[in-house]
Design a protein. Structure first.
Length: 184
């Protein structure tokens, strides 16, 4: 089997697996050509936000729970800069059906946005702390998932090789992961 056929088969298998997961939110980290975010920073920021969501809404034992009972995220890189759009990232958030802490006015989308804004960030060129605009512009585009199939295909459309894992990443890897993804 040629490598391109194998890669397409792995991508299709991954997309089929993703379609089975009831993701709640679709997050786009917009490109910032003048001051781009590095992948490591995005992963670390989202790891903090994911932990904070779990801690805020679930019991303290959440780290031992099954995937479907806790918050977790998978992200995808899109764009290449020169020949296509600027590099940006799509992230799918899985939210549990049951929240164990009753918080008035619980709003996961707003919590994601606030977590992003409050997490410190350094300019990759100067090393100085970067500030986010306070002019009402949202640094993240956060939407509730209405169609899981369309959303997962859209997010994962740029995956070229599943086995190298360059085009996707788990913030905190789920326990119930497909064997095709274990090689990553």
């Amino acid at each position: 089997m040629s490598s391109s056929i194998k890669n397409r088969k792995e991508k299709t298998e991954m997309q089929e697996w993703l379609k089975e997961i009831p993701f709640s939110h679709f997050i786009t980290i917009e490109p910032t050509p003048s001051l781009p975010f590095k992948l490591d920073e995005i992963q670390q920021r989202m790891r903090l936000i994911e932990f904070w969501l779990n801690k805020r809404y679930l019991k303290s034992s959440f780290s031992n729970w099954k995937d479907e009972n806790r918050f977790w995220m998978v992200g995808f890189k899109e764009g290449g800069g020169l020949s296509h759009s600027q590099t940006h990232y799509h992230i799918l958030l899985h939210s549990p059906d049951v929240l164990h802490r009753k918080i008035k006015l619980a709003n996961i989308g707003a919590d994601l946005q606030m977590g992003w804004m409050l997490t410190p960030s350094k300019n990759p060129f100067t090393g100085k702390m970067r500030s986010f605009s306070s002019d009402g512009e949202n640094p993240l585009d956060i939407q509730q998932v209405e169609n899981i199939i369309a959303t997962t295909i859209y997010c994962s459309k740029w995956i070229n090789r599943v086995d190298e894992g360059e085009d996707f990443f788990f913030i905190t890897p789920p326990r119930n992961i497909k064997p095709i993804l274990v090689a990553v």
